[in-house]
Design a protein around this ligand. Sequence first.
Ligand SMILES: [Zn+2]
Length: 219
Amino acid sequence: MAKIILVRGMHPNEKSAKFFTPKIAAKLRELGHEVIPADIPIEDTIQPALKRATVEKPQVDETFAFAAQLLKLLEEHPDAIMIDVHNTQYLPDRSGPDRPVRLKLHDPSKIKHNESPVPPGKDPYYMVNKPNEDLPMHYTIEIPAKYPHDPAVHQKTIELLDALGEPGKRNWKHANSLGYLDRVGLRQTQAAGLLGEEMAEVIARGIHEQIIPNHKARK
Ligand SMILES: [Zn+2]
């Protein structure tokens, strides 16, 4: 039995992650684990900053102001495992007929140059994460979702990218952060078969069988 701090809402555009988090929590409780849900207020995250971004001031970095909240939670529950739930762009794969999804460990540092950092397919994946000095070691789960094309968002992204200029475009952090302007479309995500009961089940089972048993060894 483990104590898990389950964080959601870090990126408010990631609506399927929000949808799944309470379902994952319920299944983890069924498996005998204690779950402490944590919602990160949206004003602390990247999307509101992006909405305020203008051509005059296009540079947006995630502030990590919410790190203080995460650290406080871990201080209150030093024995807990922190897991935050996110969405990633679904890239269809060509592996043939649908097979059951499974939670996979993904190591972005192993991605080759010019390769997409997002693995194709319907499998959710998790990463062992410490993206910033201020942030505690935690696990990030990424659930594939559809981001429908929104011409207005596309236009703003292009304008901001242009305003960043060449150095800004080459800066992965700046260019990549603009992706947070896109919102997950729940309808499209459902139509792609990414919003079913199986997804929550697979993620909860994956946490139970892969993350929890290996957590002590990683600390
Ligand atoms: Zn996210």
